[in-house]
Design a protein around this ligand. Structure first.
Ligand code: ADP
Ligand code: MG
Length: 370
């Protein structure tokens, strides 16, 4: 649409957070070249505050304490993880901050949120086009921000994009040392993970959404998700759904279960899982559900086949894939047969499991060098 900033908004400041660790190495010169001139079409240079973060978590902290009254928007120059920090910083404030405009300049190796927004607006996904959208004041709902990963993770993280586990999260987290490859890091690590396939014994329960649009109950737009190995966490979701704690799946009307050799789960709130992964073609940010992609019982060969068709969305009908919209889900990740992997990621960021496994410490040990 043709929305533009009001004169009053234009008199406010713009906070630009550049993540130098994102993508192939994201320096200020690229910002100065591709983004700044476009933003200056709408905002005075003197009103644009550019901050290059010096460590992870800094963007979140700055946003949690910034002056919202005198700021028109926060602009992230980075990937999905940078946006996640900004979004969680805003969510931690509550109230109007939860709807505060975030500008997204794709400069990471995973730019799924920027790609989904660009795709929806019929725009290319590049820095200058994204800057133009910010300068024009295009504001689109990127998610209703109601998804929080939850009970069995050690901390709550608000999510705009995705929840992933197993194959999908392992690829994402274990490829972080290859950021310099850009989006190719996912393809290469996926091949590694297929060759050295991990098997998990997981249990996934979900409540599929009926196909009719009015099947989304009014006033129950929010999405709840829970993961865990403790029955009490499973009960949290069951209780929200009106069933009593500890119910067997048979006692939960409308719920389904996939158990056993489940290799990976990717729950998406937006259609693009990466710039060239049309992972969940049916996903919309405000439809009150997650699009679940589950791979179970797949051979190496069929996983390789899957990898080749991910960019166009054809994986959804692949026999090894269950693709379903769900208004609620819960995952018991179970142990990995090799004792490795089984990461859980929210918006591509590693979250610690409540059992203390695979927490942040692993990640902090790596120093971002690009
Ligand atoms: P990519 O798409 O390449 O993964 P992200 O935007 O996801 O890029 O950012 C990667 C990680 O960098 C995120 O976990 C973010 O918290 C972290 N980060 C942000 N600023 C810095 C910094 N100055 N140094 C190191 N890491 C940072
Ligand atoms: Mg990332």
């Amino acid at each position: 649409n043709g929305a533009t900033w009001s004169d009053a908004e234009k008199k406010k400041r713009l906070l630009v957070l550049v993540n130098p660790a994102a993508g192939k190495g994201n320096d200020v010169s690229a910002y100065e070249r591709d983004v700044a001139p476009v933003l200056e079409c709408a905002f005075d240079r003197a009103r644009i505050d550019v901050v290059v973060t010096t460590r992870r978590g800094e963007a979140q902290e700055r946003v949690a304490s910034m002056d919202l009254q005198n700021t028109a928007a926060v602009v992230c120059v980075g990937g999905d993880g940078t946006i996640a920090e900004v979004f969680n910083g805003l969510m931690s404030r509550g109230g109007a901050a939860e709807k505060f405009p975030i500008g997204m300049i794709p400069a990471g190796s995973g730019n799924a949120i920027a790609k989904s927004l660009a795709h929806a607006g019929g725009e290319p996904c590049d820095r200058a086009s994204a800057a133009l959208a910010v300068a024009r004041g295009h504001i689109a709902p990127a998610g209703n921000g109601d998804a929080a990963a939850t009970a069995a993770t050690a901390s709550v993280m608000h999510s705009l994009l995705s929840f992933s586990w197993g194959f999908f999260a392992d690829v994402d987290i274990e490829s972080e040392t290859m950021r310099w490859l850009g989006g190719l890091r996912f393809t290469i690590q996926a091949i590694v993970r297929i060759l050295f396939l991990r098997r998990y014994s997981a249990k996934l329960r979900f409540k599929p959404l009926a196909i009719t649009p009015d099947a989304v109950p009014a006033g129950k737009k929010s999405k709840e998700l829970a993961i865990g190995q403790e029955p009490k966490e499973a009960a949290a979701v069951a209780a929200m759904d009106g069933a009593s704690a500890g119910d067997a799946i048979a006692d939960r009307p409308g719920w389904r279960e996939i158990e056993g050799d489940v290799q990976g789960l990717w729950a998406l709130n937006l259609p693009w899982g990466g710039e060239d992964m049309y992972a969940a073609p049916g996903a919309a940010p405000d439809d009150g559900c997650y699009d679940l992609l589950v791979i179970a019982g797949a051979s190496r060969l069929s996983l390789l086949g899957l990898l080749l068709i991910f960019d166009g969305g054809a994986h959804c009908t692949h026999p090894a894939v269950t693709y379903v919209k769900a208004s609620a889900f819960e995952l018991d990740p179970g142990p990995s047969h090799t004792g490795k992997g089984g990461f859980i990621a929210v918006d591509g960021e590693l979250v610690a499991r409540a059992d203390g496994k695979w927490g942040r410490t692993r990640r902090q040990a790596r120093s971002p060098s690009h």
